[in-house]
Structure formats: C-alpha cells, structure tokens
Design a protein. Structure first.
Length: 505
C-alpha cells in the first residue's frame, strides 16, 4: 500500500523579488487514488493538467525552514528538519510506505526511523509528473517567482556538487596581487619619467614636492612654471610649501619648453593620476577579498603579505598543506638552495619578512619572531582553508600571543643593558639544586685502587729532583763532619779563606 509521497527539493533564492533570504522548501503529498499508481506507463496522463494533478494528491504538510544545513539531502543524508517532519508522519501513518526519489536517502530513513521506504520506476514516473505540475500543486506562488527560484536552485546545487563557492575563489586574489605588483612597476616608471621630463623645465619643483601623486597633480593643474605665480594650488599643497614653490618658480634655472611639450607632460600626469586611483580601488578590492576568504591570515600578516603567500603557493588550500617551516621561508627559494649548495646558513625568512610584526623587531630577534609568526600563521591558514567559521577571532588571538612574545624579548634586552653588574650576574641560567642524595658507585669495590701510570716526563722530573736533593745532602754532611771530627782543619780553612778575601779587597 502506497499512501504518501515525499519529495524533498532544495530551493535557494538570493534577493529574488520579495524573498531576500535563503529558503529551504519541503512538502509532502498524500495520494488519494492509489489504484492509478499501479499503471506506470499511463501514469503521465494523470499529470497532463493541474486539475488532474490536484485530484491525485492532498497536501499534508508545508514547511519553511531557514537552515542551509539541509543541503545534505543532495548527498543522501538525513537533516534535522526532515527528521522532525518524518517523525510526525510516522506517528500518524506508521503502517504505510514512503516513496522516495533517492534510494540512498530511503535507506538512511529506514535505518534511522524504522520507516518502510520504496524506490521504483513507478516512483520515478510519479516524481516526474509532480515536477511538471509543481506550479499547480503549490498554491500562492507566482510563475515568475517559481522560475527565478528554479534558476537559483540549479546554480546552488551545481556549486554544491562541484564544491565551488564564489565567495571562496582565491584565484581572484592571485590575479589581483599580480596586477597590483604590475601597476606599482608601471606607476613607478611613469612617475620617474614625468619627474625627469618636467625637471628640464622646472628642476626645483622635484626637491620641494616629494610626494609623487601630489607632484603630478600640481604639474597637471599649472603646466608652465610661469603660471605658478597666478595659480591657486592650495587644494593640493600646504600653504608654506605653496609659497616655496612660487618663490622657486620665479628664479628657476630650468629651460624653456614649447606648448606641445607641456601638453604631452600633462597627458602623462593624467595617466599617472588615473592609474593611482585605479590602484587604490584595486587595493580596497584585494583587502575586502582577503577578509572574505582568509580573515585570520589577513589579521596575522596583513593583506599584501597574505595575498603574496597565497599567490606563491597557488591557492589557499595548497598553502594550508605547507608546514610552518616552509611558510617561514616561502619566497626565499633561491637563497635557500644557494645556501645548501655552498653549505652556509639557510635564510630565516622569505615573504613573511615584510609582515609588520617582523618589521618592528630588532635585528637579533627577527629570527625568533619570524619562526613563531610562521607557526601561528600556518594554523590560521588551515583554519581559513578548512574551517567553516568566517570570524577572525583566532587570528587576533594568535597575533596577540606573538606581540606578547615580541614585547618580552625586547624588554629582556633592555633590562640586561640597563642593569648593574650584580643584576647581570643574576640573569644567568637557573640550575636547580636537587636535595636528592646520589648513590656513590665507588663503594661497590673493596679492592685497593690501582695507581695511575706516570708519564716519562713526570718520571724524569722526579729523578732530577731526587738527584739534586742527594747532592745537597752530601755537601751538608761533609761540612758537618769537618766541623765535628777535624776542628783544627776546619778553622784553618776558615781563617785562610778570610785572609785571602782581605788580600783581594
């Protein structure tokens, strides 16, 4: 007995007429005449007109849900909202069967809710007939809105099946940062050409105005240097600089140029101003795109460095596959392989060197900060690439940790420099003095210790010392024998020696 038909359709509408939200539309139909379902080949005749289709069914439930989680129906998974609706159906008509268009979804419903489901060619034909007369079966929905909803459904399901989201396209970041670098190069060439070209006519202006865009705007507005005296450039230059420019224009040593030359220089200034404005617009676009795709990475290292890391790796997902050590030296491949070839020290940082946290660090601490920054950046990259949350809280927390570490390293260096000698002595490495007694292995053996064999040099020195002592002792004994045993000979020798000394002196 087939008495109820479930048709789960996903209709996502973005800013479509009066619907300005994401809508999941789910409805169930009660079949009134079940005998007509037995003839599969002639079932299409019952759906030729909306009137015939309405005779076949009775709407039993109509539910609007604002949860995008029900997109799991596409993969044959049971969502919470569908589960609630089916529980109501089971409570009312537990003895009936449920016809489903997806066999995989029917198996899940049978396992979860113990509800008998059926999927057959008859069900497929029935679903086809329901879709053909969907406008007549659903009352209160105009045909124009139905067409727009069907179009939105087709686009959304296609993106979902391809795992594609227009908000997560990192290819736009790769192209934007490449274009930004090209614009910087072209802009620099144009500005240098403009300064050199107009410098022949007014060379003093380049030393007074250092900002390139202000220089081009000033040249475009005034033209010939003789017009500075009568021109008002207060909207471009500050008052004190304007006075310096007018004073320098009166005594300028530049050469005279024709009107055609001035016009060409002005056209070049127009190009510089236009490219500068477009570069500002492109930078804002890149900043917004980075905050949408990789907000945590943007908070950690900034928009430009984060975009260059993504462009260097090819995509955000490829960058997420790199370890922190690779992220640290990403962009310094030439220096790395040159160091490995010459067996020298490898580089400590690559593109991450241009991050603000590394830039504000002293030279001796750049390696430590870049290593810690790369570790935290690798975590934020994986969170942005694989996580569903779009907030930047994780990036802010990790940046705070890096800043705390940086502050600790900088303050420790200042404290050591400004401390006294005693304070410096206390900054040595702490060694814990354990009170646990250590076993002495020398007490294991009762044998006498074997004396260490002496070296040849030590033996020779010892023998020389013994010989000197023996000679000295022999002389002392000889003097003592003469004093005690032969006193006459001793005193005779003593008198004779003193007389000899008196004769000599």
């Amino acid at each position: 007995n087939l008495s109820s038909v479930l048709n789960a359709g996903l209709k996502i509408v973005q800013k479509c007429f009066k619907y300005n939200c994401v809508v999941l539309f789910l409805f169930c139909l009660q079949v009134l005449n079940e005998k007509k379902l037995q003839e599969v080949d002639s079932l299409w005749k019952e759906f030729e007109t909306p009137e015939k289709a309405n005779k076949m069914k009775e709407t039993t439930s109509l539910v609007f849900s604002f949860s995008i989680a029900s997109t799991a129906l596409v993969e044959g998974k049971l969502s919470k909202n569908l589960k609630k609706i089916l529980k109501k159906i089971v409570a009312k008509d537990a003895h009936e069967q449920l016809a489903v268009a997806d066999a995989k979804l029917g198996g899940v419903i049978k396992d979860k809710l113990n509800l008998s489901c059926i999927h057959s060619p008859m069900v497929t034909e029935l679903m086809r007939g329901i879709r053909s007369q969907i406008e007549g079966l659903i009352t209160g929905l105009p045909s124009r809105e139905m067409a727009a909803m069907c179009l939105g459904l087709a686009h959304s399901l296609s993106r979902y099946k391809l795992k594609f989201s227009p908000d997560k396209v990192d290819t736009m970041i790769v192209q934007a940062i490449s274009l930004l670098d090209d614009l910087d190069k072209e802009l620099n060439n144009y500005i240098m050409r403009c300064r050199e070209w107009y410098g022949w006519h007014f060379p003093e202006l380049g030393k007074i105005i250092t900002d390139n865009l202000t220089y081009c705007k000033c040249v475009r507005k005034v033209g010939d240097r003789r017009n500075f005296a009568s021109s008002d450039v207060s909207d471009i230059l500050p008052e004190e600089i304007e006075e310096d420019v007018k004073a320098a224009a009166e005594i300028s040593m530049g050469t005279e140029v024709s009107e055609e030359d001035i016009n060409n220089i002005i056209h070049l200034c127009d190009q510089v101003i236009e490219i500068s404005e477009y570069r500002t617009q492109l930078y804002d676009y890149l900043k917004n795109r980075m905050m949408a795709i990789a907000p945590n990475l943007t908070v950690m290292v900034g928009e430009l460095v984060g975009a260059r890391l993504i462009a260097h790796a090819g995509s955000l997902l490829n960058l997420a596959k790199h370890p922190a050590s690779t992220v640290q030296i990403l962009g310094a491949e030439k220096a790395l392989f040159r160091a490995l070839k010459t067996k020298r020290d490898t580089p400590k940082f690559g593109l991450i060197y241009h991050a603000s946290l590394v830039g504000q660090t002293t030279a001796k601490n750049k390696g430590k900060i870049s290593r810690m920054l790369a570790a935290k950046t690798a975590l934020t990259i994986r969170y942005d690439a694989l996580g569903e949350d779009t907030s930047a809280e994780m990036g802010a927390e990790n940046r705070l940790k890096v800043e705390t570490r940086l502050r600790h390293l900088e303050e420790r260096g200042i404290r050591r420099i400004s401390g006294t000698g005693k304070a410096l002595a206390r900054t040595d490495k702490y060694q814990n003095k354990s009170e646990v007694k250590v076993y002495d292995p020398s007490g294991d053996s009762t044998l006498p210790a074997v004396s260490k064999k002496k070296k040849i040099e030590e033996v020779e020195e010892q023998e020389e010392g013994v010989a000197v002592k023996a000679k000295k002792f022999k002389a002392e004994m000889k003097v003592l024998w003469m004093h005690e045993c032969c006193p006459f000979a001793f005193w005779t020798a003593w008198v004779f020696s003193h007389l000899l000394l008196l004769v000599i002196f």
